[in-house]
Ligand binder design. Structure first.
Ligand SMILES: *Cc1c(COP(=O)(O)O)cnc(C)c1O
Length: 882
């Protein structure tokens, strides 16, 4: 597959592009007195034309109509909802661009230290509503759009989700961008502009998940600005030849592709700050391999262009699993190389010595996906900047910060040495240099780079096992590079994403590094969510009630979420409680309406709404939930009609995508769909229990589901869910939590009080021992958990269609039971019973709901981003004013 491009390639001259200045990032020139000079033309003429945009309703309709006529080249008589959406989006975008310009100019002027968030995923969802809210122009546009004969609700529905992510990790990145701009922090995101985002999920009549491509760019994307002047070369393959004894080398040949920037504007809430998300697209380097053409090998000559474009063509649909595809490695390098080149160019515009780089840039690695940035920065500093090894390593280890997102073994990234050697020969040399140099000494800060070197061997003499455990290279066939180890030693600080998870990072996967480098390098930043999208936008009625009750404008409490505590006294206010419950009810009806529109099914809104929506994964235990549903169904079937009437009626919602190659997860979906088919049609029980699998889970679907939930399930095996963020979204909207003692569930319970959550299941310290018991002292399921055994037998016997189909899934429970369903099933069923009991006392339930929302202040992503800014990146606010 290697397409080697002849260096004698001719065509358009290939100019060196690495350090081209882009046209952004320039400052106005100053005169002798230090005053900024007007660059050109008649200043008065310019200034009167440079006025900001008017935002009264009349000006807004003019601007929308202007875009209808010019940008879209349409007329009032041929304008549909999609056209109206596009024109409105372009009009809103004009406002964003002006703020963006002002923000970036301010950053250039002030030259503050900046932070960069490198994430392979940004799960942004829709933009128009969020932009209107953050700009404070929602009412004006609503009115203006209405005057033009459209409804804002219909127009908002026209937008496709930007779904450049799999799940929690990508959504976290999106929440952090929102918070960075809202907190006026100079932060840019860097990612890839995938042509196809996460696949669209379809469900076949048999209940199988089918995957269709997500051509989200089909209709133009008004939210991005192509930056054709921001272009970098990125090399793959070729040869790396060492030049001298100082570790320098020359990397030549191979394939070169171009990285082109697309900028996405990120508006802050109630600020003028508009940050940037820069997404890279790969393109072939123009120029022809004339030799190929002469040989009549047209296909060979255009092959390089195909493979260049392939790099950013598709988001890999894996969540919490890795698989060593060459193209994925190329994505990771392409993205980190382009991002680093861009960050370095910006730094170079400051004319500071390169050793000061860490004083101007902090780079956050969102999981190990961007870890190649560490050897890449070493390569640039050593081979291009000609620094010595220690100086370069000192710069690197003061620039990067690494967030770990999982301790699941199957999710820890490793890349085969031969693959890296082939695709990135120079980087493999550097990784080997880090290995050999670091096993003898370790430099921690720039200042002790040349003096005090501590060595693993000196600290733990003759501990060969420890050295092997800590090595960057795992022995085996083939040898593999452990990316988490590389990210750890190459970073200034490391963090997990909730207290329990950060503890597990320190005591399990990075224990040796804690013992070696000291505990202070290993911190915690509990995840957060943006209350703008996840309360104000998705639940406007609740937001309005909160503002009215607190007697605070929402611009105040949405930026200081601890203000929600002011709701606590109102649990005693009957009218308030009634209104709170009525809003939940209307949100349930809104969801039911959505289900009727999309699936044609009628939902009973007089039942408890029980929701589990997240990626399908064995560790998240959707299987436990569906087996619990079956248990409930069988129990109901055994009751007399009179007794059934006393049971709390329940509607269960599932949504979530499975990785296309994840067989067991897909089988779980199939079971859910077929259980729904049988149960929903059973006249004995259908008033008391129904369930729905809503296809194609997305941010927009989450925005409808979350405000409607009475209870949501976060039931991972203890110690496996690093944090979770949907748990926070539900609780912020007054939905109660049913969960295990895991991830951020624990901290949520600490805040809202254990009496307001429903916990069950074994605790983290017991898990290892239970797994050992399963392996070496297995107890028959009939004996250990008869209720669960009965449920499995009913599935096997064909109660939900051919039982055979489900055997592989059922066997994960019967044999080995790695995720401990048989250990937790009884306490799970008991917890569901407690939910029923609590829900029966509707007055008390509403109070629990209010108390939950009131105590969720901690989980704002504003708090989280400020922790990163202060304790990790050392960056400060840069206010932007007109
Ligand atoms: C919040 C969110 C997630 C994360 O959900 P968890 O339950 O925390 O895994 C995944 N997908 C979408 C669309 C989300 O909005």
């Amino acid at each position: 597959m290697t397409s080697t491009i002849d260096p004698k390639t001719i065509g358009r001259p290939t100019r060196p592009r690495r350090h081209v200045r882009s046209l952004t990032g320039f400052l106005p020139e100053k005169d002798a007195a230090g005053k900024e000079k007007w660059p050109r033309g008649d200043e008065k003429e310019w200034r009167s034309a440079l006025r900001g945009l008017d935002t009264d309703v009349g000006s807004i309709t003019k601007s929308v109509v202007h875009h209808v006529q010019t940008s879209l080249a349409r007329q009032p008589h041929n304008l549909d909802d999609l056209g109206a959406y596009q024109a409105a989006a372009l009009s809103v975008r004009d406002n964003l661009i002006l703020n963006w310009n002002e923000t970036q100019l301010q950053y250039t002027r002030k030259a503050p230290k900046r932070a960069y968030y490198l994430s392979l995923e940004f799960l942004m969802g829709r933009t128009l509503d969020n932009a209107l809210l953050n700009l404070g122009l929602k009412d004006e546009y609503k009115d203006g759009i209405k005057r033009l004969g459209f409804s804002i609700e219909d127009i908002l529905e026209q937008e496709r989700d930007a779904a450049l992510g799999n799940g929690g990790l990508g959504r976290l990145a999106a929440c952090y961008l929102d918070s960075s701009a809202s907190q006026e922090l100079p932060l840019w995101g860097y990612g890839l502009r995938y042509k196809y985002g996460i696949f669209q999920q379809l469900i076949s009549p048999e209940g199988n998940q089918l995957e269709a491509p997500d051509p989200w760019l089909e209709h133009q994307n008004p939210w991005e600005l192509p930056r054709l002047d921001v272009v970098y070369d990125v090399r793959f393959y070729g040869q790396a030849e060492r030049l001298d004894g100082k570790g320098r080398a020359q990397w030549t040949g191979g394939q070169e592709v171009l990285a082109i920037a697309y900028d996405v504007m990120i508006p802050g809430y109630g600020t003028q700050t508009t940050n940037n998300l820069r997404l890279w697209e790969s393109r072939p380097k123009r120029g022809f391999d004339l030799n190929s053409f002469n040989a009549g090998n047209y296909e060979g000559a255009v092959e390089s262009s195909n493979s260049a474009e392939a790099i950013t063509s598709v988001l890999y649909p894996n969540d919490h699993t890795t698989f060593g595809k060459e193209l994925r490695l190329k994505q990771q390098y392409f993205w980190t190389a382009a991002s680093l080149a861009d960050i370095l160019r910006r730094f170079k515009n400051l004319d500071k010595p390169i050793t000061e780089f860490p004083e101007y840039a902090a780079i956050q690695l969102n999981d190990t996906h961007p870890t190649l940035a560490i050897p890449e920065l070493m390569r640039v500093l050593i081979d291009e900047e000609e620094l010595d090894w220690n100086t370069a390593w000192g710069i690197v280890t003061n620039t990067f910060f690494y967030t770990n997102h999982t301790v699941l073994p199957e999710a820890l990234e490793k890349w085969p040495v031969p693959l890296i050697e082939h695709v990135l020969p120079r980087h493999m040399q550097i990784i080997y240099d880090i290995v050999s140099l670091r096993s003898f000494f370790l430099t921690r800060t720039l200042s002790d780079a040349s003096s005090s070197r501590t060595s693993v061997e000196r600290k733990f003499p003759h501990d060969r096992e420890r050295l092997a455990r800590m090595s960057l290279i795992e022995e085996g066939q083939p040898k593999q590079v452990r990316m988490a180890h590389l990210a750890c030693i190459g970073s200034r600080k490391v963090n997990g994403v909730a207290e329990l998870h950060s503890d597990l990072v320190r005591t399990t996967i990075l224990k040796d590094f804690v013992e070696f480098e000291g505990i202070s390098k290993f911190g915690n930043v509990t995840n957060g969510i943006t209350p703008r999208r996840w309360l104000d936008q998705c639940n406007p009625e609740l937001s309005a009630l909160i503002s009215k009750t607190l007697k605070l404008d929402k611009t105040v409490w949405l930026k200081d979420l601890t203000k929600l505590e002011g709701l606590l006294p109102f649990t005693e206010d009957k009218a308030f409680c009634k209104e709170w419950a009525a809003i939940k009810q209307r949100n349930k009806e809104r969801l039911a309406h959505h289900v009727e529109l999309t699936l044609g099914l009628k939902v009973n809104t007089n039942a408890l709404f029980d929701v589990q929506i997240k990626r399908l994964h064995e560790y998240k235990r959707q299987t436990l939930n569906i087996l619990g549903v079956i248990h409930r169904y069988l129990t109901l079937k055994n009751m007399t009609p009179a007794k059934r009437k006393k049971v709390v009626n329940r509607v269960v919602f599932f949504a979530g995508k499975a990785a296309p190659a994840y067989y067991i997860a897909k089988l779980t979906i199939r079971l859910i769909v077929n259980v729904a088919r049988i149960i929903n049609a059973d006249p004995d029980t259908k008033d008391h229990l129904t369930l729905y699998f809503l296809p194609d889970y997305s941010v927009s679907l989450a925005e409808v589901l979350i405000p409607a939930s009475n209870i949501s399930q976060h039931i991972s095996t203890a110690g496996t869910e690093a944090s979770g963020t949907s748990n926070m979204k539900f609780c912020l909207n007054g939905g109660l939590l049913l969960g295990t003692v895991d991830g951020a569930n624990i901290e949520i319970a600490e805040e809202v009080g254990e009496s307001n959550v429903f916990f069950f299941g074994h605790l983290t310290p017991a898990v290892e021992d239970l797994r050992f018991q399963h392996l070496y002292h297995p107890v028959p399921l009939e004996q250990k958990c008869p209720a669960l055994a009965h449920v499995l037998n009913q599935v096997s016997a064909g109660l939900f269609g051919d039982g055979h189909v489900y055997e592989p899934l059922l066997n994960t429970v019967r044999q080995g039971d790695y995720y401990l369903l048989s250990d937790d099933f009884d306490s799970y069923i008991a917890a569901l019973g407690m939910v029923d009991e609590a829900y029966s006392d509707s007055e008390e339930w509403v109070k629990k709901s209010i108390r939950t929302t009131a105590k969720m202040g901690k989980f704002s992503s504003d708090r989280a981003i400020n922790e990163y800014a202060e304790s990790y990146w050392n960056i400060e606010k840069v206010p932007v004013t007109k």
